[in-house]
Design a protein around this ligand. Sequence first.
Ligand SMILES: Nc1ncnc2c1ncn2[C@@H]1O[C@H](COP(=O)(O)OP(=O)(O)OP(=O)(O)O)[C@@H](O)[C@H]1O
Length: 608
Amino acid sequence: EENEVKQALVQFMQNLSPGNATRDGHWGWNMSTDPCTSNWTGVVCDTKGFVRKIILEKANLTGVLDASSLCVTKALIVLSLENNNITGLLSEDIALCKHLTHLYLSGNHFSGDLPESLSQLSNLKRFDISNNNFYGELPDIQKISGLISFLAQNNQLEGQIPEFDFSNLNEFNVSNNLFSGPIPDVKGHFTASSFSGNPNLCGEPLTACPPAPAVPINPMKKSNKPSSKKVLIFSGYVILGLVVVLFLVCKFFSRGKPCEDKNQKPKKKAVPFETTSNIPSTLSSSEYKDGEGNQTSEFSLTSVESGVTPPLVVLTSPLLRGLTFEQLLRAPAELLGRGKHGSLYKVLLDGGVNLVVKRIRNCGISSDDFKTRMKKIDQVKCHNLLPAVAFYCSRQEKLLVYEYQPNGNLFNLLHGSPKSQIFDWGSRLNVADSIAKALAFMHQELNEDGIAHGNLKSMNILFNMAMEPCISEYGVMEAENHEQSVLSPKNEFRNGNANKGHAYSTFNDDVYAFGVILLELLTGKLVQKNGFDLPSWVNSVVKEEWTVEVFDRALISEGASEERMVNLLQVALKCINTSPTDRPAMSQVSLMIKSIKEEEESSITYDP
Ligand SMILES: Nc1ncnc2c1ncn2[C@@H]1O[C@H](COP(=O)(O)OP(=O)(O)OP(=O)(O)O)[C@@H](O)[C@H]1O
């Protein structure tokens, strides 16, 4: 049987990579070596010698996907062929790989209809076919109950969007296709960006659908699905499509408006870059005093890199599609802050879109790793994580671009003066719960890649338009504290991809940092000030059994439950355990906080 699997895999590769004779000796994928013991490139096996994962991203694969050969490997759970030049169809035979949980095919030239048999992949959790040329209607993939990610943006898929279980999905994107008709109820889980770029699509979170006209027409639709479920494409949708596009354009151009503060000065013009420094720099800022005497900065980003500069990589935002590095450089910008890891600028694009550009200094990550990390992180998004919308990476410069978040950060909410908003116990618990959930999710999804946050702190928890907390700057920094960077047992099992062998920040460090954020939420105190160190102080007070002394006075006077505050404190203390390996995993932390939150909620419901 082993031989049969090997033969099938060799056949699979022959179809996928006709030119593989030119690969070097480490490539494997031939009959004279073994996929597991000879470590064929991209093949990950389990201890019993079964092929479990095939990860061949950016491997210059040019042929077609021979699913019937591939699926002879019955135990396969992960197939990733992202960013190659694979053409042709995804065949019905893919359903023979019935244990598949992760199927990543984005960034290829697949075309044709998606096979109906996809719905038989009942173990599928993540499915990414974005950036291909698939067309036709979606098969009944929404029936797969464990699906948590469905990414199909930038294809030519059409028909109605089926009723996915949106509350179960962490990510969903069908933007830039040809879908039509009303969007099913997404229960507030996804925004317009998941649906935009489909001119005939309507309803929440896009614009409302028009009343159905009397005579339905269906100009170009082929279909083999029950008519009750059919989308009727009305001629009205053509007009609606234009309205939707217009609306999106207007929304796009007015998006920055709510972010502009009331005292906003007239729009600044970018000053041309001038540098007197000998040190090559691609950002320059000139500081000046505004009318009120406040120090502020105006600058333009510009590049002194000679020769061809690499392109700006736009990741998630269809709104930024086509944005170039040069446009970003030319846009007027304002310095928001200079941190340990670089400077941060607010950039105003033509049309009013506000972005934030972080120019990273000394992140300790090579350019290649940086690119790989950014792309990996982009594939794993979740609700309370602020995704980078673009990045730029050359030998001299690393820039990360985020959408501007108008509602400040957790640090300012807790420690800003004067305290502008009441930050009560319930809200603090919600923040802790949301951040723990998001971090646990990211850790789980990026476990094999060993990508932790690396710089988690209350300043990096931003509040979005809906005042929901979002983790920013995930995965950008190398570990600071190498003493804490001993690889955790889990980390040692990274798949053979980008990060192997690097002492990156570990998941344990993030758990510690999260524990410190919990302490800030509970005590309202700064982490460090004039020699004061919050974790040491809390530990010493708790040791003396003056536990209640640690809590923020505002929480005590509000009448917050002491029992639940102590419970949360216990979670925090576990997280800041000085022994990294004794800290709980974020998934455990998240469960503990969830149960405290549930107790809190039931007390509100049932207490008189
Ligand atoms: N996307 C964003 N939208 C709005 N404000 C932001 C955004 N990202 C960061 N900020 C805010 O800009 C300020 C400066 O951020 P920056 O990341 O440079 O600071 P820092 O975290 O102290 O730096 P470092 O991580 O380099 O130590 C902070 O107040 C931060 O909350």
